[in-house]
Ligand binder design. Structure first.
Ligand SMILES: Cc1cc2nc3c(=O)[nH]c(=O)nc-3n(C[C@H](O)[C@H](O)[C@H](O)COP(=O)(O)OP(=O)(O)OC[C@H]3O[C@@H](n4cnc5c(N)ncnc54)[C@H](O)[C@@H]3O)c2cc1C
Length: 260
């Protein structure tokens, strides 16, 4: 049975960067890295968010974009939101040396993965990509977990100058990894797919689509015959390769196909 709606109080709300915030909630939620919740801002909207923190004071890390996230960004400690979940298929850790590639707010579902994998004794390298140094999120958190963090910024203000995929590619050139995990802009995912396919490396990516129900009923997140909410949001390379719409189109809020 799908987990029902829980009304929870905001325990903490902090800025991670100019446009990214973390909201922690009172109470516990156990989930696998990569799983998500549906967040309901009463009177405004309900939308999917990955869990950036699990267990006690579980939480989300989000980019302020449209009406839903703008309303969320105004809430303060003690305010109440509705949460359904956890939902979806998360990441599954395979192998001993992992390369995690996170672009922008794609670090939200991958930070718990980095922490879980390092805790399990795996060697984890994280490529943390952002537009600029001020937009980097969870660099310290991931380094403290024991992962090797490699930073890339599009404008060259910190670390490697260029896209996270360029830095990931050069790391894969130098070192052997057992598996690659990624979340970020869809172009980043499709580029990583090409790199991993060429190297015959197992890869998993977390994919985003508009979601209204989160439980495989409304069809909003349909992607080439799969429901991203229940079959994903994490998919393996074989599945990703079968998605003809990936990187090209998605359904908008009205169910119409639109370009990405
Ligand atoms: C499984 C899953 C996990 C997610 N995790 C996170 C997360 O951890 N942090 C985070 O910042 N965002 C995450 N998102 C995206 C997040 O749900 C949207 O940014 C949010 O719904 C935007 O709502 P809004 O009302 O502020 O903006 P809207 O006005 O609804 O949309 C603003 C823009 O974002 C696009 N958009 C809206 N919803 C989605 C969506 N679900 N997928 C792709 N594009 C969308 C719209 O088409 C529009 O261009 C996740 C999405 C999914 C499917």
């Amino acid at each position: 049975m799908a987990p029902g709606l829980r009304m929870v109080r905001v325990a903490e709300h902090r800025d991670e960067s100019r446009s990214v915030k973390t909201m922690r909630f009172q109470g516990r939620m156990e989930a696998r890295p990569g799983q998500f919740v549906m967040v309901w801002v009463p009177g405004v909207d309900e939308f999917p968010m990955s869990l950036s923190h699990t267990g006690e004071r579980f939480g989300i890390t989000y980019q302020v974009l449209g009406d839903g996230t703008k309303a969320l960004s105004k809430l303060t400690e003690g305010d109440v939101v509705g949460i359904r979940g956890p939902f979806g298929r998360g990441f599954s850790e395979a192998g001993k040396r992992l390369l995690v590639v996170a672009g922008g707010v794609g670090i939200a579902p991958t930070a718990p993965l980095v922490e879980a994998a390092t805790k399990a004794g795996k060697e984890v390298h994280l490529v943390l990509g952002a537009k600029s140094a001020e937009e980097l999120v969870f660099e310290k958190r991931c380094a403290e977990s024991g992962a090797r963090v490699h930073v890339s910024t599009d404008d060259g203000s910190k670390g490697y100058a260029g896209f996270a995929t360029g830095l990931a590619s050069s790391l894969l050139e130098k070192d052997a990894f057992d598996a690659v995990y990624t979340c970020g802009p869809e172009r980043m995912i499709t580029t990583m797919m090409g790199i991993c396919k060429e190297r015959r490396l197992p890869m998993q990516a977390s994919v985003e689509r508009i979601m209204k129900c989160g439980i495989g009923v409304c069809d909003s997140c349909a992607l080439d015959g799969k429901h991203v909410c229940t079959d994903g949001p994490v998919f393996g390379l074989d599945e990703l390769e079968r998605f003809k719409e990936l990187g090209k189109t998605r359904l908008d809020r009205t169910g119409r196909k639109t370009g990405i």
